[in-house]
Design a protein around this ligand. Structure first.
Ligand code: ATP
Length: 167
C-alpha cells in the first residue's frame, strides 16, 4: 500500500465520519456530550486511568453509532418495503449503540461522582458496598431483569404466532 492510497483511505474514513455527523442527530448528541466530558476532564482532577476509561467509552459509542448508520443505509438500500428482517437488523444495531451509551453514562458517573458529590450528602452511604457501586449494580440488575422479561414475552408471543400460523 503506497502513501497515496493510505491518505485516500484516511480521507474516506473522515468523509464517513463527517457524513454521519451531518445526517445523524444522535451522532451530534454523542459529539456534544464527548466534548463536554473531555472539557470536564481538563478542569477536574482525574487520573490517567480515568481519562483512558472515559476516552474508551466515548470511542465505543461513536464507533457503534457509525456501524448503526452503515447498517441503516445498507438496509434502506436493499429494501424500501417494510420487512421483519429489516426491522431486526436496524433494531439490533440501535441496541448496540444503546448499550454503549448506557456504559458511557455509568463510567461518567463512576469517574465524576466523587468529584462533585459533597461528602455530607451521599444518601446511599448506609449500604455495605460503596454507594456509587450500589447504584450501578442495582441499576444493572433492574436492566437485566427488565430486558429478560421483555425477551421472554417476545419469545412467547412469537411461539403463539407460529402456532396460530401452523393451525
Ligand atoms: N424497512 C423496514 N422494515 C421494517 N421496519 C423498519 C424498516 N425501516 C425501519 N424500520 C423500523 O423503524 C425504526 C426506525 O427506522 P429508521 O430508518 O427511521 O431509523 P432510525 O432508528 O430513526 O434511525 P435514525 O434516527 O438514527 O436515522 C427501526 O428501528 C425499525 O424498527
Amino acid at each position: 500500500m503506497n502513501v497515496r492510497t493510505l491518505v485516500s483511505s484516511f480521507r474516506y474514513a473522515l468523509e464517513g465520519l463527517a457524513h454521519a455527523l451531518a445526517t445523524q442527530r444522535n451522532m451530534r448528541i454523542h459529539f456534544i456530550a464527548a466534548f463536554a466530558v473531555i472539557v470536564l476532564c481538563v478542569f477536574v482532577r482525574v487520573s490517567i486511568a480515568e481519562i483512558m476509561s472515559v476516552l474508551f467509552a466515548i470511542s465505543l459509542v461513536i464507533c457503534l453509532e457509525l456501524v448503526n448508520t452503515a447498517v441503516e443505509h445498507v438496509v434502506d438500500h436493499l429494501t424500501k418495503e417494510r420487512h421483519p428482517a429489516a426491522k431486526i437488523a436496524k433494531d439490533v444495531a440501535a441496541a448496540a449503540v444503546f448499550i454503549a451509551a448506557a456504559n458511557a453514562l455509568v463510567e461518567a458517573y463512576l469517574v465524576f461522582y466523587d468529584k462533585f458529590m459533597p461528602i455530607h450528602w451521599r444518601p446511599l452511604n448506609t449500604l455495605l458496598i460503596p454507594p456509587y457501586l450500589g447504584v450501578i449494580l442495582v441499576g444493572l440488575l433492574c436492566l437485566i431483569v427488565g430486558i429478560s422479561g421483555y425477551a421472554l414475552r417476545l419469545r412467547h408471543s412469537k411461539k403463539e404466532n407460529v402456532a396460530r400460523y401452523e393451525k
